[in-house]
Design a binder for this molecule. Structure first.
Ligand code: GLN
Length: 264
């Protein structure tokens, strides 16, 4: 059932991650990581590790599936994540993404939470035109359009979002423009964001979030991680999210310090 050929949290390939003893009762949450080989740079695999660890600490059983090109898409998917990659990695996964497009669109329409970072964010939009003029069609789940530039946007970022301040790191040549009516994920307080000009960063539609923020972003922003997990828990169990008591004090202090440092 589970495909784990990149180790997550040191677990052996092909196994579900066990819940802490006594916490098995809240149910399984199936997490699908899209294209971990081609699309996972600047530590984005850390988002999957963070989600799996927090799901377990909240008392649910995380089941991590890695979706590779050509494989059947997992039957159960309560949370879907994708990371950044080079333009070449994006070209490599294009055909497979078109193959699973209807499934992803259906899951998104049903309220399945998704977090797509950088290169995968671009491919969840309408089109990504690379710096050398190739046009990669996207899924159109987010109404955004991206065009590659000679100049890259690189550096630390602070955003104001519905999940509080979010900190991360951006590195992209793609400049993204939101369609009319498309909500951004956040407002830029420090950094460049979608295009360096309109003050927007990322995009959000329902429970689907696209963002340029690496870091990885979720360990640095536990509130955002728990929003995704909460929605996934509701999808998985049909019940309200039943969070555990997690100690996020170190992450909170690190985040506060980064916000103060960058906004000073
Ligand atoms: N190739 C894309 C760009 O540079 C995505 C980069 C990334 O995922 N970090 O815009």
């Amino acid at each position: 059932m589970t495909q784990l050929d990149v180790p997550i949290l040191g677990e052996p390939a092909g196994s579900a991650l066990p819940a802490d003893a006594g916490h098995e009762g809240k149910g399984e949450i199936h997490l699908v990581h899209l294209y971990p080989r081609e699309m996972s740079i600047y530590g984005d695999l850390g988002n999957t590790r963070c989600l799996a660890a927090r799901i377990r600490r909240h008392g649910y059983v995380p089941v991590v599936h890695q979706h590779h090109p050509g494989q059947p898409f997992p039957e159960q998917a309560h949370l879907v994540v994708g990371g950044g990659g080079q333009d070449s990695g994006q070209s490599t996964v294009e055909d497979d993404l078109a193959r699973i497009a209807d499934r992803l669109r259906g899951l998104a329409a049903d309220g399945t939470p998704m977090l797509m970072i950088c290169g995968m964010y671009q491919l969840f939009g309408n089109t990504f035109v690379t710096v050398d003029g190739r046009s990669l069609p996207g899924l159109g789940i987010l109404d955004v359009t991206t065009r590659g530039n000679a100049q890259r946007m690189i550096g630390p970022v602070v955003l104001a979002t519905d999940h509080g301040d979010v900190v991360g790191y951006e590195n992209h040549s793609g400049s993204t423009v939101l369609g009319a009516g498309q909500a951004p994920f956040g407002r830029v307080r420090h950094g460049m964001g979608n295009n360096g000009t309109d003050g927007t960063e990322g995009a959000v539609a329902g429970h689907v979030i696209g963002s340029y923020l690496h870091g990885p972003v979720l360990p640095a922003n536990p509130r955002l991680a728990d929003a995704l997990i909460g929605w996934a828990a509701e999808q998985a169990t049909g019940r309200d999210f039943e969070p555990g008591q997690l100690d996020d004090e170190v992450a909170r202090q690190a985040q506060t310090r980064q916000v103060q440092r960058l906004l000073r």
